[in-house]
Design a protein around this ligand. Structure first.
Ligand code: SAM
Length: 314
């Protein structure tokens, strides 16, 4: 799809910015999704606010002021001061219900805009994925497994607080070494095969790797490299080396439009730009929307070793 078509179909009245193949939009994605054409999106690749609450404006303000809230500084490690992480273990019953409701409503909106057979890749967290994935499946999507992104997260693995010496042999929970990404598919219409769906909607399957091997559901990854974090100072920035593999797989024929409704600083859009896929990123928070406009072309121009190896990018 050409950039002028993307602008015409998807920006109605919203502030936006265009790149070579993609656009970013300053909007609330719930509101925006209710304005765009039905069954016009081929894939969703997104990293939502896992616990919902951490990206509420009051929590972002507390984070900026270094002033408590859900963002906590983890204990320093090897002499390094770590960045604040949201504390998902502290979510109460009401907050858990809010997460369920948030993802049910979100999935219902996605069901309207996604083409039949279109996939969602949804980043999550080992503590919350079970609840989030159930909410999305219960809203009408087929659960098609998950991609395990192997990455040392620095979460968990700590000794009991204030009793470290008393219980040196104990950790209160496992050290997080993976990030689960749920894979969902909008059901293929009754009587249609995957082949029919590919022909009619350009969806239904996943794109194989460029060497012809199937897309795999375990990906050895890395923490987001410093050079990327210096380009986009977003607390949840994902690495290009990983995202380019997910975005590549999301369009089985390499045709169509990818949407990231929780774009943050635009790492999914940058991955799509690097691959030559049209993409739309939507972000509610002005500071991150503005950040994305600078960050996307620079992130998209980076050469990453993993992406080159697996996607033969030069
Ligand atoms: C986990 S972050 C994504 C970060 C992204 N992966 C990156 O690399 O920059 C989730 C983002 O969703 C945004 N967000 C939360 N609720 C939203 C909504 N209703 N509409 C659009 N964006 C929203 C937050 O401001 C936050 O930037």
């Amino acid at each position: 799809m050409m950039i002028d078509q993307l602008q015409r179909l998807y920006t109605s009245g919203y502030e936006f910015h265009s790149f070579a193949m993609s656009i970013v939009i300053h909007a609330d994605c719930f509101e925006w999704m209710s304005t765009i054409p039905e069954e016009s999106v081929h894939a969703i690749v997104t990293d939502p606010p896992y616990g919902v609450k951490e990206y509420d404006p009051d929590q972002l303000e507390k984070r900026a002021n270094g002033n408590g809230g859900v963002w906590r500084i983890p204990p320093s490690f090897d002499g390094h001061r770590r960045s604040p992480l949201p504390r998902f273990t502290a979510l109460n019953h009401k907050e858990r219900n809010r997460i369920r409701q948030f993802f049910s409503e979100w999935a219902e909106l996605v069901l309207r805009v996604l083409r039949p057979g279109g996939h969602i890749f949804l980043a999550s967290n080992a503590l919350l994925s079970q609840m989030v994935f159930t909410a999305v499946a219960d809203s009408g999507f087929e659960f098609r497994g998950q991609v395990i992104r192997l990455v040392k997260t620095l979460r968990g693995g700590d000794r009991p607080k204030n009793a470290e010496k008393e219980f040196p042999q104990v950790c209160t929970m496992p050290r997080g070494c993976h990030e689960p990404w749920g894979i969902f598919r909008k059901p293929i219409p009754g009587g249609m095969t995957v082949s029919d769906c590919l022909k009619k909607f350009q969806t239904g399957g996943l794109r194989r790797k460029p060497d012809g091997k199937p897309f795999e559901d375990v990906i050895e990854s890395e923490r987001t490299p410093r050079r990327e974090r210096e380009i986009a100072k977003h607390p949840s920035l994902k690495p290009q080396s990983f995202l380019r593999q997910i975005v590549h797989a999301s369009l089985p024929l390499g045709e169509g439009v990818v949407v990231d409704p929780f774009m943050g600083s635009g790492s999914t859009v940058a991955a799509a730009e690097a691959l030559g896929y049209p993409c739309i990123g939507v972000e509610r928070y002005e500071e991150y929307y503005v950040m994305s406009r600078q960050a996307i072309p620079v992130l998209a121009s980076l050469h990453t070793r993993e992406a080159q190896l697996s996607l033969s990018l030069t």
